[in-house]
Design a protein around this ligand. Structure first.
Ligand code: F6R
Length: 609
């Protein structure tokens, strides 16, 4: 969703804000703007379009002098992308400028209330109501005005605020939307995401719900919702600047695809010790696992697809009932949970609104919660009973790749850990799986060596209008993710089907030249897949098969194209089969000239419902 950055210090604010916004552009990119205290007043420059437009207007920041300011990159929710709807939004009398991420749910009610009292609104945004209310309640004390406003607004918000009367302060407050405060030498920052300020400081404080920060050049003060001063410990961020930069790659997505072996190594190695799985500080004793009656896995998008793989892994290894749910459905369908249920929440960002709500619902019903999260200290990580981090580093491309791979690895670790504690498998079998898990980074490296074959294949089919991904068992779970990857960045329509479902409807879509990508790595179901491939070929489809070496000769008898991935334990095969298909999506999008890192209509971190 939207990205926020704020600065106060000795440097000129506008270039710092633009630099921060560049790193946040993946969160939203339909418009952007900045507001700076300049020569005794608030000056706002904002524009519809990509950040380049704003950059041009500001002549890289030189046009807007001043050392205190806020900036925003927008992903429209209320009001179409336009200059007027861009942030910062300002109050009628020009006293306040506000940048906002989130949704003010009761904004219409508040807007009507203020309109009746003579306040003129100019935009269609929910954010303007915050700026107008601040001015309305302001009686010389900005903190008190913020308190009054946050008491009245409902919904989610991360807000950066400047006031014309306080030229040496930046204010920030948040609820259910991420916001951090960066502490530098003689300068301070606010940002939606640490990547925006990594090149200036790695010391940060995380605001909790309705806490307020007041930034001055040499200090930052924090207040609770009732305006009592509070102390907040600073933490040191481990991510380095390079990890949030392209490092010679044309796109973040390709960089992140190539980083997968290393990300897997960092995620797996520390958790395999002396032939055993060791799960950080997770409290899941043998007794607790034995008492579990059911496991739910809840997530959105790519993270949900990890759950789809997990279902097969958990059921195979543990013989425990598993349900996998999309968070937006789970939260509203009144799921049946109790203290014998384990709810595993998967989220790269740790801030996805639906996933967070699902976590809260699970806790409300007394279930035990375990989160798999990439962003340290994020809301989901803080609120879950236990957290296991994926050590993928910052994922900047909107399309998730290394987060998916590392989430899969953590899911395997959890399943194997539970099997180990329950002694659910013969020791040699468990040992074999642990060795396979240890080898995963090296196998991923091998798999990514041959990019050219996939690039060539993409060059033949990037103009296709539709594609179908089919598979059975974990191959079907991988198909879901492969199909999502392709559609989100190349805009090619694609569907994923369990191969067994073809005859129940989708086969009617097959005609001369239809492209079908058949993932067939599961040995046990290979013959069935061959039969499905024959069926689609008989209707004229062209088939690319993804398989492993020992099945390749047989597959070659039917498939028009094929690509081999290294073999590993059956339930871990999606970790291999997804790699060429991430590459395929990337090359197809690149050949179509799509904006790979920032696909249309999407935003990285979906912090609104
Ligand atoms: C797709 C993608 C999204 C996210 C989804 C959940 O490539 O990245 O589908 O997986 O929005 O996000 P997180 O994992 O941050 O909760």
């Amino acid at each position: 969703m939207c990205g926020i950055v704020g600065y106060i210090g000795r440097e000129q604010a506008a270039p710092v804000l633009l630099n921060g916004l560049k790193r946040l552009e993946y969160r939203g990119y339909d418009s952007s703007g900045v507001a700076v205290h300049s020569d005794g007043s608030l000056r706002v420059v904002k524009a519809k379009g990509r950040l380049d437009v704003l950059d041009g207007l500001l002549e890289q920041g030189t046009k807007l002098p001043g050392t205190v300011g806020i900036g925003h990159t927008r992903w429209a929710t209320h009001g179409a992308p336009s200059d007027i709807n861009s942030h910062p939004q300002t109050s009628d009398g020009g006293l306040f400028a506000v940048v906002h991420n989130g949704i003010i749910e009761n904004y219409l009610h508040l807007k009507n209330h203020l309109t009746r009292r003579g306040v003129d609104f100019v935009s269609d945004t929910d954010t303007e109501v915050v700026a107008q209310m601040l001015e309305y309640y302001y009686k010389g004390d900005v903190l008190e005005a913020i308190r009054q406003v946050t008491e009245r607004v409902q919904g989610s918000y991360a807000l950066g605020i400047i006031c014309a009367d306080c030229p040496e302060k930046v204010f920030a407050v948040r609820k259910d939307s991420p916001l951090i405060v960066g502490l530098g030498e003689g300068e301070s920052f606010i940002a939606s995401d640490v990547t925006a300020i990594l090149s200036y400081t790695r010391r940060i404080c995380r605001l909790q719900d309705r806490e307020i920060a007041v930034l001055e050049q040499d200090r930052v003060s924090f207040y609770d919702p009732e305006l009592y001063p509070i102390e907040k410990p600073a933490e040191q961020v481990e991510w380095d600047v390079a990890s949030a930069e392209k490092g010679g790659y044309e796109h973040f997505m390709m960089k992140e695809i190539c980083e997968q072996p290393e990300a897997l190594r960092k995620t797996i190695s520390p958790r395999l010790q002396d032939g055993k799985v060791v799960l950080d500080d997770v409290c899941l004793s043998r007794e607790q696992i034995t008492r579990l009656s059911r496991v739910y896995i809840v997530a959105c998008g790519t993270s949900y697809h990890v759950g789809a793989v997990a279902k097969y892994a958990f059921e195979k290894l543990l013989r425990l009932p598993i349900e996998v749910d999309v968070a937006s459905e789970f939260r509203y369908r009144d799921p049946v949970l109790d203290e014998r249920t384990l709810v595993i929440i998967i989220s790269q960002s740790g801030e996805t609104a639906d996933t967070l709500a699902a976590l809260r619902e699970a806790k409300r019903q007394g279930a035990r919660t375990l989160a798999i999260v990439n962003v340290v200290g994020s809301t989901i990580a803080n609120e879950a009973n236990d957290v296991l981090y994926t050590w993928a580093g910052p994922e900047i491309a909107v399309a998730s790749t290394k987060a998916y791979s590392t989430q899969l690895a953590v899911v395997y670790l959890i399943a194997l850990y539970m099997a180990q504690e329950l002694q659910a498998l013969p020791p040699e079998e468990l040992d074999g799986y642990l060795q396979e898990l240890q080898r995963l980074p090296e196998l991923a490296e091998k798999c990514l060596e041959d990019k050219e074959t996939i690039q060539y294949f993409a060059s033949q089919y990037f103009n296709a209008k539709d594609m179908y991904f089919i598979g059975r068992n974990v191959d079907y779970a991988a198909s879901l993710e492969a199909s999502l990857k392709l559609k989100e960045i190349s805009y090619i329509h694609s569907e994923a089907y369990t191969a067994g479902e073809l005859k129940h409807g989708p086969i009617s879509l097959m005609e001369e030249g239809t492209l079908v990508i058949a993932i067939c790595t599961c040995r046990r179901l290979f013959e069935k897949m061959m039969a499905n491939i024959k069926e689609v070929k008989a209707r004229g489809a062209v088939v690319l098969g993804i398989t492993t070496q020992e099945l390749a000769d047989t597959l070659a008898q039917e498939a028009d194209w094929q690509f081999c991935v290294p073999r590993t334990a059956d339930f871990m095969l999606p970790s291999m089969s997804i790699l060429p298909l991430q590459l395929f999506a990337y090359y197809a999008a690149s050949m179509k000239g799509c904006d790979i890192d920032k696909p249309r209509n999407l935003a990285k971190s979906v912090t609104v419902e």
